[in-house]
Design a binder for this molecule. Structure first.
Ligand code: HEC
Length: 153
């Protein structure tokens, strides 16, 4: 009699644990995937592209310069909208055919980067995005950093 009772307790314990795992994993799993493997998050796009540490030390010479931010907006409209979209969300008209998808520039993962890292990425490029070094001047690339900072606000 005692044995059956213990067995029942064990069985309901196991059932309870299974239930909890089943309930939490899809939610927890999704959170883990979106935060730790952002390249797998369709809302962010791109890959897990990391700028070298040296890029973080680059100082933005146009930080807080409203005129440059405005210039950045017009450059963005000319050169970046087709892929990154009007609001920077990575859904421009050309984005559908691209792999990986253009990055959502308003994502926390981009916001958390230094100005230097963003400048380095614009300068360096990564297929399917070209390097903008020969098309745009230093000043224009920093202006774009300012504008990217202003996106999604
Ligand atoms: C041909 C489409 C295309 C155009 C045009 C384009 N991009 Fe991109 N961009 C991409 C793609 C795709 C990625 C993701 C690359 C990756 O992560 O592998 C990307 C990534 C970026 C990133 C890095 C985000 C991050 O942290 O991972 C920045 C910053 C960026 N683009 C800025 C710009 C700016 C500024 C312009 C305009 C001067 C521009 N892009 C034009 C396709 C494009």
């Amino acid at each position: 009699m005692k044995n059956i009772k213990t067995q029942n307790k064990m069985m309901s314990g196991i059932l309870f644990c299974t239930l909890i795992t089943m309930l939490t994993f899809p939610i927890g799993g999704k959170l883990i995937i979106n935060n730790y493997f952002p390249q797998d998050n369709p809302q962010i796009g791109g890959t897990n592209w990391v700028a070298p540490e040296s890029a973080d030390k680059l100082k933005n010479p146009l930080k807080g310069n409203a005129k440059a931010t405005k210039e950045g907006k017009s450059l963005y409209t000319t050169y970046c909208v087709s892929c990154h979209g009007n609001k920077g969300e990575g859904n421009g008209v050309a984005s559908a055919s691209l792999t990986p998808k253009p990055k959502n520039l308003t994502a926390k993962q981009v916001k958390d980067q230094t100005d230097g890292a963003i400048y380095w990425k614009i300068t360096t490029g990564k297929p399917p995005m070209i390097s903008w070094q020969s098309t745009l001047s230093d000043k224009q690339r920093w202006s774009l950093v300012n504008y990217i900072r202003a996106l999604g606000k």
